[in-house]
Design a protein around this ligand. Structure first.
Ligand code: ZN
Ligand code: MN
Length: 476
């Protein structure tokens, strides 16, 4: 008889913290795209006689993240040396945390296709990143710019039951780290990376079987595919009564979409951990921990609920949560309009549309001040809604303020009905065919007449007024 199997999955997540400098020295922490080995110093290169000094901002960011993951930040924790040799590790050891990590026992709620689930967080600790190796033919090149970047390592409980759940959890975790400004978590820049552990067991059993650890998954797609691949491989072994007897470590080959055996799983003893002698324990007063957390931080789930209550769609809420800069803009406009429909139209439809059309990112969007000025101009009826669109498009392309653009382009709405009346009279004379069609019952024909007026006035006539005057003239 075939036993029904269930997957037991846990993750170890490494997230780079977005500090200005590295974890133990003053080197810049902005390594992406920089000339190799230009952001290094004797401390992060592990030269003899140098001393590491912990980065206060990194510790604070790790505490903020811990609190957002509902972990208990420990009043006292300390750094440990994790010894291993690899060419990307100039010191020959990583400064990490082992038996006394920064934070313990948290939880994350995440949405999956079958409802809201929870995943326990075992621990969050601080450590430094290694450098980066590039393999070119028979040569390997070392770039140490990233060596010493502050990392948070977040370890989950084995609470996940499918590849899909693992991805949903990881995406929610990413949103939380971004929300508390502890990490930019840009996957493309390798700022967030996963190791996944997976084992199977017959459904109903409580014990855990030896797991496979999949190393270095750099995208949500790789995480999902690698877990799917291992799930299939392990299922086949179980069905042949060849369930793994020991723990193994495998690597994911992105191009070939398969895992390969790296080694038997290493144990803590292999690293010969010992307390880091150069750094004193991290000791915090409860009040200083509390001051870093608290109600000021709005978590992604709370933000989602706030937007859904404004009648935004799930997709719109998600878009805003995933882009803090856009969220900031949206909230400022919403505060002024107090009209979510209008705010969505301006920010999510028009502004995002123009940015996309001009190949620009949200960081190149007009400032909040400029957007609020534009709203003012519409509210005071200085420009028509149509002209406002044109102004916004120009604001995106030129970076100028709305008032400058309105002046330059002469877009100020014509308030003088006499002037509109004159234009309407001209329009009737210039479009005899359209008027004839209208007389024969074709309502839509008048669009051409109104369009003629709008064109002549360069969009500065209010179309509603134009329509009213036109009807009044025609019906006499
Ligand atoms: Zn350095
Ligand atoms: Mn680690």
């Amino acid at each position: 008889m075939k036993k029904e199997l269930e997957a037991i999955i846990g993750l170890e997540v490494h997230a780079q913290m977005n500090t200005k400098t590295k974890l133990f020295c003053g080197c810049s922490n902005d390594a992406f795209g920089k000339e190799p080995n230009t952001l290094v110093c004797p401390i992060c290169m592990g030269h003899p006689g140098t001393l590491p000094a912990p980065n206060k901002s990194a510790v604070e960011k790790a505490i903020k993240a811990s609190l957002a993951l509902k972990c208990a930040v420990q009043n006292s924790s300390h750094m440990s040396r994790k010894n291993y040799f690899y060419p990307d590790l100039p010191t020959g050891y990583q400064i990490s945390q082992y038996d006394f990590p920064l934070a313990l026992k948290g939880t994350v709620s995440f949405s999956s296709s079958d409802g809201v689930k929870e995943c326990g967080i075992t621990r969050l600790h601080i450590e430094n990143d290694a450098g980066k190796l590039t393999h070119a033919g028979t040569k390997s090149l070392c770039d140490y710019n990233r060596a010493g970047t502050p990392l948070m390592e977040i370890v989950t409980e084995p609470d996940l039951r499918s590849a899909e759940d693992a991805v949903s959890f990881a995406q929610e975790l990413r949103r939380i780290l971004i929300a508390v400004n502890s990490s930019e978590a840009d996957m493309y820049k390798g700022m967030m990376r996963f190791d996944a552990s997976i084992s199977l067991r017959p459904k109903g059993e409580k014990k855990l079987y030896p797991r496979t650890e999949i190393k270095n998954l750099n995208s949500f797609k790789a995480l999902e595919k690698a877990l799917g691949y291992e799930l299939k491989r392990l299922t086949e072994l179980w069905e042949k009564d060849q369930a793994p007897k020991g723990e193994v470590t495998v690597g994911w080959i992105d191009d070939e979409e398969k895992t390969v055996m790296l080694r038997d799983k290493e144990s803590a003893a292999d690293y010969r951990y010992f307390p880091e002698p150069d750094i004193p324990p991290l000791v915090f007063e409860k009040s200083s921990i509390d001051s870093l957390g608290g109600s000021a931080i709005e978590l992604p789930e709370e933000i989602r609920q706030r937007y859904l209550s404004l009648k935004l769609t799930e997709a719109e809420a998600q878009l805003l949560i995933d882009q803090p800069a856009l969220q900031h803009l949206f909230d400022a406009v919403q505060k002024k309009t107090n009209d979510a429909k209008r705010t969505s139209s301006l920010v999510l439809t028009q502004l995002m549309g123009f940015l996309k059309a001009q190949n620009k990112s949200i960081s190149e969007a007009p400032s909040i001040d400029h957007l609020l000025q534009l709203l003012d101009a519409i509210d005071k009826k200085l420009i028509t809604a149509n002209a406002a669109k044109e102004v916004l498009e120009e604001m995106v392309s030129s970076g100028k303020s709305s008032s400058d653009i309105i002046k330059e382009k002469g877009l100020t709405q014509i308030q003088d009905t006499g002037a509109i009346e004159k234009l309407v009279e001209d329009a009737i004379k210039a479009n005899p065919d359209a008027i004839e069609s209208w007389k024969n019952g074709k309502q839509a024909a008048l669009g051409a007449v109104v369009g003629w007026v709008m064109k002549q006035s360069k969009g500065s006539a209010d179309p509603v007024t134009v329509n009213e005057i036109l009807m009044w003239k025609l019906k006499g």
